[in-house]
Design a protein around this ligand. Structure first.
Ligand SMILES: NC(=O)C1=CN([C@@H]2O[C@H](COP(=O)(O)OP(=O)(O)OC[C@H]3O[C@@H](n4cnc5c(N)ncnc54)[C@H](OP(=O)(O)O)[C@@H]3O)[C@@H](O)[C@H]2O)C=CC1
Ligand SMILES: O=C(O)[C@@H]1CCC=N1
Length: 275
């Protein structure tokens, strides 16, 4: 069976992660096309992954079985409206990865009856450890649903949502989530260095610990709170650290941060939908 032809509109950070995930999963490079206005970015993508590249969205979309809209949310309306005649003529699957932008608005810009899957992936897709939530509109066929899922599954875990409104929470947890963990990694590395560890030692110990904690939590039947308690010996070192974090009200801080991200996703959806 020939591979579905996928066109990425926008070749930035997230498209690079998804294309990288597909190529690592042995998806044929010949069936992938990326468009972007930046020639240097395009030639880098072509050199790194062997995919087709170009700056003509419409010409590329005319060949597509699936179009992945990977531009900034603020650009999406302009891009979608320009693609509308071509999409109306052929009704390929359109996959959006934009934060906040609602399926109803995207469908309005693309025109009636277009199969749209709204998704929220994350950048670890590049190393096939991404997490993506998907929501399909009623025009998506079973085959197109399978196609969307298989494209995103090449980049890691996939979860379908029945309720599109949950996409803002997903955006705040797993879409933005890698940045929270990267921040923690940065801070632990710096703290280790302040305590006298060589930079490379602090880096390696921090990263292996992050990987080990995530792997252990994934593979364990216990929840994270129990695993944490097992590290925390009474009267020991971890207890002192956790108590310092609790005194700084880390739980409220994380709760507020995630809530702020979800609110921003909702706000983006509202602002862009009203334009
Ligand atoms: N980064 C992340 O972790 C995640 C991002 N997302 C979503 O993914 C989308 C892309 O984000 P991200 O990759 O970070 O953003 P980037 O800015 O890195 O990528 C967007 C790319 O689209 C290009 N572009 C702009 N206009 C057009 C156009 N008319 N046609 C084709 N390409 C165009 C931009 O070029 P130029 O810079 O020259 O304008 C840029 O290279 C966003 O909607 C975001 O919400 C979703 C999940 C996670
Ligand atoms: O920060 C953002 O808006 C995008 C969406 C999720 C991750 N990055």
């Amino acid at each position: 069976m020939t591979a579905a032809r996928i066109v990425f509109i926008g070749g930035g950070n997230m498209a690079r992660s998804l294309v990288g995930g597909l190529i690592a999963d042995a998806y044929p490079a010949d069936a992938i096309h990326v468009t972007d206005p930046d020639k240097q970015r395009l030639s880098q993508l072509g050199a790194d992954f062997g995919v087709h590249v170009g700056d003509d969205n419409i010409a590329a979309a005319k060949q597509a079985d699936a179009i992945v809209l990977a531009v900034k949310p603020q650009m999406l309306r302009q891009v979608a409206e320009a693609l509308a005649p071509c999409v109306q003529a052929r009704k390929p699957l359109v996959i959006s990865i934009a934060a906040g932008v609602r399926e109803s608005d995207l469908s309005r810009w693309l025109g009636a009856g277009v199969p749209v899957v709204r998704t929220m992936p994350n950048t670890p897709a590049l190393v096939q450890t991404g997490a993506t939530a998907l929501y399909a509109n009623r025009h998506v066929s079973d085959d197109q649903r399978d196609l969307a899922e298989s494209l995103l599954r090449a980049a890691g875990l996939t979860q379908w949502l029945d309720d599109e409104q949950l996409m803002d929470a997903v955006t705040a947890i797993s879409g933005s989530g890698p940045a929270y963990f990267f921040l923690l990694i940065e801070m632990l590395e710096q703290a280790g260095e302040k305590l006298g560890l060589p930079a490379e030692t602090a880096r390696l110990l921090t990263l292996q610990t992050a990987l080990g904690a995530a792997k252990m939590a994934l593979e364990s039947e216990e929840d994270a709170a129990v695993l944490r308690q097992r590290v925390t010996s009474p009267g020991g070192t971890t207890e002192r650290a956790i108590s310092t974090l609790e005194q700084g009200d880390i739980r409220t801080l994380i709760d507020d941060a995630v809530r702020a991200a979800a609110q921003r996703a909702a706000e983006l959806g509202k602002i862009l939908g009203e334009q």
